[in-house]
Design a protein around this ligand. Structure first.
Ligand code: KIV
Length: 279
């Protein structure tokens, strides 16, 4: 797998990009082995890996830690790391946080949430050569102010905010924009009106690309599954059944069997036991 460049990604508009989250060595490795070269170390890891009830508590240290692990699992992937909540409030803070994610953790791009209001931040990052993926529509870090995890851009005013936000991000230098939880026809319009790729999640089929949360796709997160998620596997059930069977076999003495144990020469055993009889 050859890592795409930012320029190639920008030019990939219209080519149906597949992106998936991954947060650690094994998941990033599986995703890359499956041929997905766009990996997002999303701050959704707060919920699906760390057990927080939102993305708000996720720290920059946690993002660095998980991005480094994902990078080890997928050395050739184009890795995008989320700037966590309140780590990019000023251009200086955004630059310092991005430096950690790119230089320390090996990310190829950062992602941040917000529309027109984050333009000065995106401009500063772009000027410094930091590739930025934008994110409008439902922005989980500020979901509470939007009324919770609900569809955005249903009326003309909020739909225009999504459209102008995406346009402002494109003009400010983002290489792509995530559209989360917006009506399919609005995502279609945004996709037509901006020259950079749109990556949809709960935004219908007309985006240039799609992204899902790994744990949702494989059935590893039992907390809450949004209706826009398609589950391609029930890995949680498979793992629970395997663990139950293991515990049963340990308790009944079936595991470990001879094939899972190591032999020793009888002679040595005899010497160890000495004259006392072996039980
Ligand atoms: O944090 C995340 O995983 C995301 C995706 C849902 C786009 O932002």
């Amino acid at each position: 797998m050859k890592k795409p460049t930012v320029l190639e990604l920008k030019r990939a508009k219209g080519t149906r990009l597949a992106m998936l989250t991954a947060y650690d060595f094994p998941s990033a490795r599986l995703v890359a082995e499956a041929g997905v070269e766009l990996i997002l170390v999303g701050d959704s890891l707060g919920m699906v890996v760390l057990g927080y009830d939102s993305t708000v508590p996720v720290t920059l240290d946690e993002m660095v830690h998980h991005t480094r692990a994902a990078r080890r699992g997928a050395p050739q992937a184009f890795l995008i790391a989320d700037l966590p909540f309140l780590s990019y409030g000023t251009p200086e803070a955004a630059l310092a946080s991005s430096a950690r994610l790119m230089k320390e953790a090996g990310a190829d791009s950062v992602k941040l949430e917000g529309g027109a209001e984050v333009v000065p931040i995106v401009e500063a990052l772009a000027r410094a050569g930091v590739p930025v993926l934008g994110h409008v529509g439902l922005t989980p870090q500020t979901a509470s102010a939007l009324g919770g995890y609900r569809l955005q851009g249903k009326d003309e005013e909020t739909a225009r905010r999504v459209l102008t936000g995406a346009q402002a991000l494109a003009a400010a230098g983002c290489w792509g924009v995530v559209l989360e939880l917006v009506p399919a026809s609005l995502a279609h319009l945004v996709t037509e009106r901006i020259a950079i790729p749109t990556i949809g999640i709960g935004a219908g089929p007309h985006c240039d690309g799609q992204v899902l949360v790994f744990h949702d796709l494989v059935g590893l997160f039992s907390g809450f599954t949004p209706t826009f998620v398609k589950r391609y596997a029930e890995a949680g059930n498979t793992i629970r059944d395997a663990v139950k069977k293991y515990a049963e076999e340990v308790r009944s003495g079936v595991f470990p069997s001879e094939s899972h144990s190591f032999a020793m020469q009888d002679e040595v055993v005899k010497q160890l036991y000495g004259s006392s009889a072996r039980k």
